[in-house]
Design a protein around this ligand. Structure first.
Ligand code: 5GP
Ligand code: MG
Ligand code: MG
Length: 183
């Protein structure tokens, strides 16, 4: 095997490309139904949401527009603090808009909780959340996530937009890393 082969770094596949695509199609159908007759502004949170945004946007039949935000969570180490700094704000005026925040994964949910409140304060008609993956830790924060792709175990996963040291985002499936990668 080529020493630069990404697959060699993976331990276990959690969801295949086919399973993810199937689930995104189901979520899109649900969203189309829920927003019938309304235009949706889908807001992707960079960089992790790039894949789910691209797939969800193409699976939706509703009129949509797309915008992006980049945020950074203050805090030491790997624990997110819930104190958020906006690195790139939206280009869109949110007044009267039906906004759907699109995320890769919800772990503590602190960043998202802050983001939802922030967007709601801009005069939106509604703000809902769609995430590809959710961990059990997310239950600790009072946050209503309307659309969830998959509830996953409390493991560090990569692929489908999710990185480890900025790598593995391009995988079309989601899996866990082999210990040799981070040990
Ligand atoms: P939180 O919900 O804790 O505020 O932050 C969620 C963010 O932490 C995600 O957007 C993602 O960037 C990162 N994250 C959380 N869990 C994982 C994981 O299992 N794998 C990867 N690659 N990133 C994760
Ligand atoms: Mg994210
Ligand atoms: Mg990351």
């Amino acid at each position: 095997m080529d020493s630069n082969d990404v697959q060699a770094d993976l331990k276990h596949v959690l969801y295949t490309k086919e399973q993810i695509q199937q689930r995104i199609t189901e979520l899109a159908a649900q969203i189309d139904k829920d927003y019938e007759g309304r235009e949706i502004l889908i807001v992707g949170v960079l960089k992790g949401a790039v894949m789910v945004m691209a797939d969800l946007a193409r699976a939706l039949h509703s009129h949509i527009s797309m915008d992006w935000m980049a945020v950074s969570s203050y805090g030491s180490g790997t624990q997110s603090s819930g104190v958020v700094r906006i690195l790139k704000d939206l280009d869109t005026d949110l007044m009267g808009k039906d906004v759907l925040i699109v995320e890769d994964i919800i772990d503590s949910g602190l960043t998202l909780s802050w983001l939802k409140t922030n967007l709601e304060s801009r005069g939106t008609a509604s703000v809902e959340i769609c995430t590809a993956f959710r961990k059990p830790t997310a239950a600790k924060v009072e946050i209503d996530v309307k659309y969830v792709g998959f509830d996953i175990p409390n493991e560090f996963v990569v692929g489908y937009g999710l990185d480890y040291a900025e790598k593995y985002r391009n995988l079309d499936f989601v899996g866990t890393l082999a210990p040799h990668v981070y040990e």
